[in-house]
Design a protein around this ligand. Structure first.
Ligand SMILES: *Cc1c(COP(=O)(O)O)cnc(C)c1O
Length: 516
């Protein structure tokens, strides 16, 4: 089907279905059955001799039925797993504009460093004297994290941003308990635009969460904090730049309000990529902040590898840092595993944290240098503003057309009366080969679309993305509802019942009953 410019348009859902081809495949996009459906118990990829006769010592425990594992020849097994790997859209396959997640390039140099046997093949239970190089690497990374943030101490062991939040808020709780105020200071202030992990962290430590309203400009105003401040307030958890992609300009005054009232300032540092080398949280009055190494420092996310969320602490909170940490005495390095008779809050993880991520993050920091880190932040902000300027004549900006930081937030006001929703728009992006942006977050904006291109994208790649979104936006504004209603048309799976998948997941495969 061609449109008036002779370009293909998405057919309406009724016209085409996945089963239109004989094989179920479309082009080279291959349908993949479960391995249990393609494998046969009588097939094996290996050729082993029959075992010599033996007497089983399992007695009644011995299995007397087929185990039912799928058997495949080696090429079949290989194809199955390679095809599955190709179903995963990743930063290595295309632009990944997921706001708040900082999906940036993971340089291959980091991977090469992480695979050096001296880092990759060591074990956390090895004698410390045999891993002094690894301790030196942890010390060097800690040094750079403290330098970039201008803070006093860093807890390296937390294994994700949310885990870092837990660590930082637990340190704040320990400090409050040490002052004998544990029973009275129970409230944590969290802006309405915060990531869901912030209130969840505060609540899981036993704090009472109170929402701070955002101003009409999308930032938190000191007066709103002052109105809630009192002897019951333990801390504020503030993200900067915030989840609307805006710099919290009143952050210093907000920190003062907390400190004067006897509270602490937790900064959610997930968006640190926008300010590395430009601003230091320690200069802004921050007491604790987690750093997502898997965002700002380019280590892989989620399925690509474990996260890592070191927490930097101010001088007021440093005495409450958890174990373990690296201690230097002259030339000697040791990992302090137990700190007796101190206020330290104990241990958060079995060992020392995510060693592989430490290697990758330090490799990223050293290979960029201070000028390179600063440029990465500047380019991330420039790229987001490029997208803002290219789309702001078509799509609506909830807080006015002013510069953003590393991500740009649109709302759905521009879609009013088109019959197209944020969800429809995002699904149509899949047909165009793009992973959708973050949708419906932050909650302070109706039908939010949060786009974070990161510094990884070239001008050509940004422009193609902008042109694609312009084409989709004009199509929506022209009332071409059918391009969106059933989208994605070209994906192997279409509109899934995501609620049902989350509420009643099918986690176990059972053979289909034979048809009678
Ligand atoms: C990603 C993110 C978090 C949580 O980090 P995880 O590593 O996913 O646990 C917290 N706050 C904000 C603003 C984030 O973007």
């Amino acid at each position: 089907m061609l449109n008036s410019q002779g370009r293909p348009t998405a057919p309406a859902s009724a016209e085409i279905s996945w089963r239109d081809t004989f094989t179920g495949n479309r082009g080279l996009q291959l349908e993949e059955a479960l391995i249990f459906e393609t494998g046969r118990p009588d097939v094996s990829g290996v050729d082993l001799d029959e075992p010599a006769p033996f007497t089983s010592r399992l007695g009644a425990l011995a299995r007397d039925e087929e185990i039912g594992l799928p058997g495949l020849a080696e090429p079949e097994a290989m194809r199955h797993y390679v095809r599955l790997s190709q179903k995963n859209y990743a930063i290595d396959s295309g632009l990944y504009p997921l706001g708040s997640c900082t999906m940036k390039h993971n340089p291959r140099l980091n991977e090469a460093m992480a695979r050096l046997p001296g880092f990759a093949d060591i074990h956390p239970l090895q004698p410390q004297s045999t891993v002094t190089g690894a301790l030196a690497l942890m010390e060097a990374l800690a040094h750079w994290l403290l330098t970039l943030t201008n803070m006093t101490a860093v807890a390296m062991s937390p294994k994700a941003g949310a885990h870092g939040e837990y660590c930082g808020m637990a340190a704040i709780k320990a400090a409050i308990d040490a002052k004998g105020e544990g029973a009275t200071r129970r409230v944590v202030l969290v802006p309405e635009s915060a990531h869901g992990t912030n209130p969840a962290t505060a609540a899981s430590i036993g704090f009472i969460v109170k929402a701070v309203p955002a101003g009409a400009d999308g930032t938190v105003h000191p007066d709103a904090v002052r109105a809630l401040m009192g002897p019951d307030v333990a801390a504020i958890m503030l993200t900067n730049p915030n989840t609307c992609g805006l710099f919290e300009t009143e952050i210093v005054e907000i920190a003062q309000i907390l400190h004067e009232g006897g509270g602490y300032f937790y900064c959610d540092g997930a968006n640190f990529n926008a300010i590395v080398g430009k601003a230091r949280p320690g200069d802004l009055g921050v007491d604790a902040m987690h750093i997502n190494l898997h965002k700002t420092f380019s280590t892989p996310h989620g399925g690509g590898g474990p996260g890592s969320g070191p927490v930097v602490l101010s001088a007021r909170l440093a005495p409450f840092a958890p174990v373990p940490f690296v201690r230097r005495e002259g030339d000697a390095l040791s990992l302090v595993e137990h700190e007796e008779g101190t206020q330290a809050l104990g241990r958060l993880t079995a060992f020392h944290g995510q060693m592989g991520m430490f290697v990758r993050a330090l490799s990223y920091i050293l290979s960029h240098g201070s000028d390179g880190l600063k440029q990465a932040s500047e380019d991330a902000v420039l790229n987001a503003n490029y997208i803002r300027v290219r789309l702001s004549d078509l799509m609506s900006l909830p807080f006015g057309d002013k510069p953003c930081m590393h991500e740009v937030l649109f709302d759905d006001a521009w879609l009013k009366d088109t019959g197209v929703t944020t969800l429809d728009f995002a699904k149509a992006m899949i047909d165009e080969g793009y992973h959708p942006m973050t949708m419906y977050f932050p909650l302070v904006v109706h039908g939010a679309m949060l786009i974070e291109p990161t510094e990884s994208e070239s001008l050509a790649s940004l422009e193609l993305f902008a042109m694609t979104l312009r084409d989709l936006a004009m199509s929506a504004l022209r009332g071409e509802k059918e391009r969106f209603e059933g989208a994605p048309y070209f994906a192997p799976r279409r509109r899934l019942d995501e609620t049902k998948a989350a509420r009643s997941p099918v986690l176990r495969w059972a053979p289909r009953k034979p048809v009678e």
